[in-house]
Write a protein that binds this ligand. Sequence first.
Ligand code: C2O
Length: 604
Amino acid sequence: MASLSLSAVPTTTTTSLSSRSPLFSKSTHRSKVSCKSSADDHSENKLILPMQNVDRRNMLLGLGGLYGAANLTNIGSALAYPITAPENISNCVPADVGFNTEDAVRGSACCPPTTQTTAVPYVLPEVTELRVRPAADRLTPEYIAKYQLAIKRMKELPDEDPRSWKQQGKIHCAYCNGAYTQYMNGHPELKIQVHNNSLFFPFHRWYLYFYERILGSLIEDPTFGLPYWNWDNPKGMLLPEMLEAPYPHPDPESNRPPNPRYNPLFDPYRNVAHLPPAIIDLDRGNAGGDKDCVAQISENLTAVYDQMIADSAANPDAFFGTNPNPDDPKAIVAGSIESGVHSAVHVWVGNPRMTNNEDMGNFYSAGYDPAFYLLHSNVDRMWQIWNELDARNVNPSNDDWLNASFVFYDENQNLVRVYNRDCVDIERMGYTFEPSRLTWLQARSMPRNKASNIAAKSVGVVKKVEEIEFPVKLDQTVKVLVKRPATNRSADDKKKASEMLFLEEIKYNGEQFFQFDVLVNDVDDGIETTRVSSEFAGTFAQVPHGLGGGHMLMSSGTAFGLTQILEDLEAEGDEYVLVTLVPREGAEDATISNIKIKLVPLAN
Ligand code: C2O
């Protein structure tokens, strides 16, 4: 296991965002935020953060070691089918990207070259030296030059080469936009979909694994590690500058004047309003960017805290999402990070002026922007960190997940089949991550109104869940009282089961960005409830992508942890919870099929 220096829990209390390169201060790009720069190095991330509850967090981390091997119960995984992708790649069909393909600047022909059609099982090579994936904001000029050279060579390969930039970009489209069919009992036409379910983490881990090896082999550096965009750290909360930097950086092979457009890492389809030094909004994606930068950083850190800890501690299904399950759509949950910060980063980078928010703002085109791989390198790191945060944070152990497989071309242009079961140990896979401080460990939210009794006061005014008609529409704010299965749970009860709010079978138009927020026991007092308040349970955000064509209906579910929220709000004795659903974007046609609170058994 890699070590991620979890012991270094920061306790500092001032704010700074450093200037990391000359570009940072010289940038002429428009930005709505203003953050003072300081000549700080990376030794310290200083943030104003709520300091109460630190004990509990330390306790959470400390307790982790006391638990033995996990005996894990999956929520809602009725499993009776393997997830096999794909038998023979010549069965691949042009992806149905769910919109007029003429508008798709990246094209919908997502199938890989068929120089080989049947994949051989991949054997992880012997590891002699670990590749270390560095933080993108900390790269030396030499490392940036090496990375740029590798991407340049990838872009120079002929399109039909499976290692080429274009073929690598297509992989995402193929596995996301319906190019492959898999067999499932009773569902012969089922398309492979690696999002909104438990395939999300392993698929992207394998995808980056080969991408990294291809880049390394193109520069004859078998230790090349793909950088990660550490958007979970205040230093990384802006687009990595190397992506837009003037090239040469330096480029020994060219005597052209420096220009970002020559930079192999440049992508013409990005949101120019979100170039450095704009600070990312990890909740809002494309609608973000108008906040004070200290507030924005605090909200971002709490978003990561919530998704890594509050919603998913000892709760693997909540972190990974559940297995695909066409027989029981109400049982499907998308993972916390996937439908949270991950979605926000995608749409924040994509260009809203493009018909389909290319590149990053739509799944069919995301793989064409180098930013995609940097984003997912950090998503992959989040998985690794989650594993190390708590001994109960274990990977799925059901056979359908372990035996699920994908097909890729490796760095030697061989078609190989890889299995989830072989991607659970990154050092065995030959890489690790350069450590970065996990400032968000400190970022637990704070209550706005303690002991408000708002749920009891709302009885008779707000409908109870059994009184509303499902599916409920999300075209306006929805308030509903949801009965809890138990009140005043003991510490022991909480260790055994997590109280979670489930929003089941959310149906939405997958052609556009879709997002709504979920508030718990929110008191309507005219003040906006933001991520840093305990009342903000979470958000559900979906990057546009398609399977259906035309007006494309997608369906998924989500779950948010209530245990910590109700403790902080001093509402543990309440019989009901007041749930407020706030539509944010693309929710006009969205519906939810059921809302309930369940006690989910935790790994022990
Ligand atoms: Cu396959 Cu970031 O998504």
